[in-house]
Design a protein around this ligand. Structure first.
Ligand SMILES: *Cc1c(COP(=O)(O)O)cnc(C)c1O
Length: 228
């Protein structure tokens, strides 16, 4: 547990430093701990250290951990992976936000999956910052059309945009394009203020480009199957 606490504190110090360098208030930045491949017990340890936001990229893993940890409060689950439409209902039941909305059929599936009286689901439009269509996300040119589709879905709340930096480009350049997409989405929906960007290796660049939600895995959790 102490190794985990140290890594969490060290990442939070990096976040605070990067925010200060960018002239931003660290309180405006949400640190989501990505717990994929790690057991539910690690999420329980993180919660005991004050973590309230966790991320998963696979539907089955999110559902299983959320069920096992349903006694923890507050604990918000962020879904950050590619999502099949047939899994939309299961994710919607457990997640408070879906960062990886990348096509109209998924918008419709998430909207249809709303249970009566359930709160609106926070969603982000995932932007593909590469030229490779197999990576998740919509091309930057299609962001507004997909955002409009979300805005038309009564049970979804459009919160902003999400992206993963390409492997073959400086993250700052890619995150600058994401910031431009975020501006265009905010022109449609002033409340859509989230920018989900920044992982273990590029959190400072993401903060400099306005990221509001960081998705940090290995720098906090350590390598897969290792407990702190
Ligand atoms: C795994 C993952 C992360 C966290 O990556 P680290 O490099 O371990 O910090 C962030 N975002 C997405 C979409 C991921 O799949």
């Amino acid at each position: 547990m102490s190794g985990l606490a140290e890594r969490l504190a060290s990442v939070d110090a990096r976040i605070a430093d990067a925010a200060r360098s960018a002239g931003r208030d660290p309180a405006g930045i949400t640190r989501i701990v990505v717990t994929k491949f790690h057991p539910a017990a690690l999420v329980r340890d993180l919660h005991a250290l004050g973590v309230t936001d966790v991320g998963e990229n696979r539907q089955q893993e999110l559902v299983a951990k959320a069920e096992e940890l349903s006694d923890l409060d507050p604990l918000r689950w962020h879904f950050i992976g590619q999502l099949q439409t047939k899994k939309a209902r299961a994710v919607r039941r457990r997640a408070s936000a879906v960062h990886s909305v990348d096509r109209e059929r998924l918008v419709d599936a998430l909207d249809t999956a709303a249970e009566p009286g359930a709160p609106a689901l926070d969603v982000l439009v995932q932007v593909n910052l590469t030229d490779d269509p197999s990576r998740g996300g919509v091309p930057a040119a299609d962001v507004e059309a997909l955002a409009e589709r979300v805005l038309a879905a009564p049970s979804l709340a459009l919160r902003g945009v999400m992206a993963v930096a390409p492997l073959d480009e400086a993250p700052a350049a890619a995150f600058a394009r994401l910031a431009a997409c975020a501006d265009r989405v905010r022109a449609l929906a002033p409340d859509a203020t989230w920018i989900s960007a920044g992982m273990s290796a590029d959190l400072a660049e993401a903060i400099a480009c306005g990221a509001t939600h960081l998705r940090i895995g290995s720098a906090i959790t350590g390598p897969r199957d290792t407990r702190g």
